[in-house]
Design a protein. Structure first.
Length: 359
């Protein structure tokens, strides 16, 4: 990557941060000149339904609560029919990446904007990437219309996020920023944003895990997740993400849990050919340069997130198929790979062992 010659595309996005910013939802709807709002609200965030409906007011035409991970195509089609029937001209999604993912499927087909109110750390609201899953295959694509025009980051809405979801979701965010340091499309601006995200998550995650109602720490984690989402969206999903897409799309693993387990092992695989990026990561994570992968594994352990694929219900005999499928999906990677080398790293992830230092 050259620091003097690169292209950075500034996207059309508004991000509002602060406890209570959900209360500006009505004003944001008006600013987008929307008249008919289709609200998607995730099952876990359902306690927020009434208050969000009140904020939308009489522009609300429908509330949709059936949300599933990885956006099954049948679910997307049902929701799209409901949007057609309601003549909605705006989607508001409240919840995690699954809620945002369904909103994206609608924006893609109906060419209408999204306002996102994220309540996990998935960061999908900052990317132009959408995903749809059918026949055990998660198909991703990119389209500017699916990038929410407005994202309202209100940490007050995250204090009841179960701690098991919190830690894994934060690791999903970390995976975005870590991998964006060497993903196709990275440049000095995406790297600066990614490192900011990594620092914010590394500082706030332990605080949130020990004190889940700490709004300030939750706000810092949400900010780190937003930065990480930008870094993924403005670069691309690479090696680690493709492996996780196979684990989720073909084997039904929970998206964020898969990220928590695989990230240290994917980093360990690439570390030997990325001394510059490992140095950047070591500074952001405040650890030794030759032990970045191990430090991520330690952070995962301290945060109580899953650390082995066995724990997530995968079987050892699945590893070869995961590796073959992932090898077919991965376009480029800093280090040469094949199905056998991916299977080897997956064995470490399956057993949940701490990755070795590189030197
Ligand atoms: N396109 C992208 O750029 C991108 C980026 C990251 C993730 N994703 C996608 O997002 C999905 C995963 O997102 P996720 O990890 O946020 O999972 P999720 O949206 O499924 O949410 C995880 C859990 O948290 C619960 N939850 C959400 N908000 C809550 C709240 N306020 N209180 C209590 N519980 C709450 C949900 O009900 C769910 O059980 C995957 O499908 C993944 O592919 C897409």
């Amino acid at each position: 990557m050259s620091a003097t010659s690169f292209t950075y595309v500034q996207r059309n996005r508004k991000m509002v941060f602060g406890p209570g910013v959900r209360n500006t939802l009505g004003a944001e709807v008006s600013e987008l000149n929307a008249q008919k709002v289709f609200l998607i609200i995730d099952g876990g965030a359902i306690a927020l339904r009434k208050s969000i409906e009140d904020l939308v007011g009489n522009k609300l035409v429908s509330t949709w609560t059936d949300v599933k991970q990885h956006v099954p195509v049948e679910l997307a089609e049902s929701a799209r029919s409901a949007v057609t029937n309601s003549s909605a001209d705006l989607v508001v999604c409240v919840g995690g990446g699954s809620s945002t993912g369904l909103a994206k499927a609608i924006a893609l087909s109906h060419r209408i904007p999204i306002i996102a109110i994220p309540t996990t750390y998935a960061g999908s609201e900052q990317t132009t990437i959408y995903g749809l899953t059918g026949d055990r295959h998660k198909q991703t694509g990119s389209d500017a219309i699916v990038l929410p025009r407005v994202s309202l980051y209100d940490a007050e809405l995250t204090v009841d996020l179960p701690i098991s979801v919190t830690g894994a979701s934060a690791f999903n965010a970390l995976a975005h920023s870590v991998e964006s340091l060497y993903a196709t499309g990275c440049n000095p601006i995406t790297t600066a944003i990614a490192l900011e995200g990594i620092r914010a998550i590394n500082l706030s995650l332990p605080l949130v895990m020990s004190s889940p109602k700490n709004i300030e720490a939750r706000a810092q984690l949400l900010y780190g997740a937003a930065m990480s989402g930008i870094s993924l969206g403005d670069t691309s999903a690479g090696f680690h993400h493709k492996i996780c897409h196979v684990l989720g799309g073909a084997f039904g693993l929970v998206h964020a849990d898969a990220h928590s387990v695989v990230l240290p092992h994917a980093v360990a695989f690439n570390a030997p050919v990325l001394p510059f990026e490992m140095n950047q990561l070591a500074h952001a994570l405040d650890c030794r340069q030759d032990d970045v992968a191990g430090s991520l594994w330690d952070l995962a352990k301290r945060s109580g997130v899953p650390s082995s694929l066995a724990q997530l219900g995968l079987h050892r005999e699945n590893l070869a198929e995961v590796a073959t499928r992932a090898a077919a999906e991965i376009r480029t990677n800093p280090r040469n790979f094949d199905a056998a080398s991916i299977e080897l790293l997956l064995q470490g992830a399956f057993d949940g062992v701490r990755p070795l230092a590189t030197n």
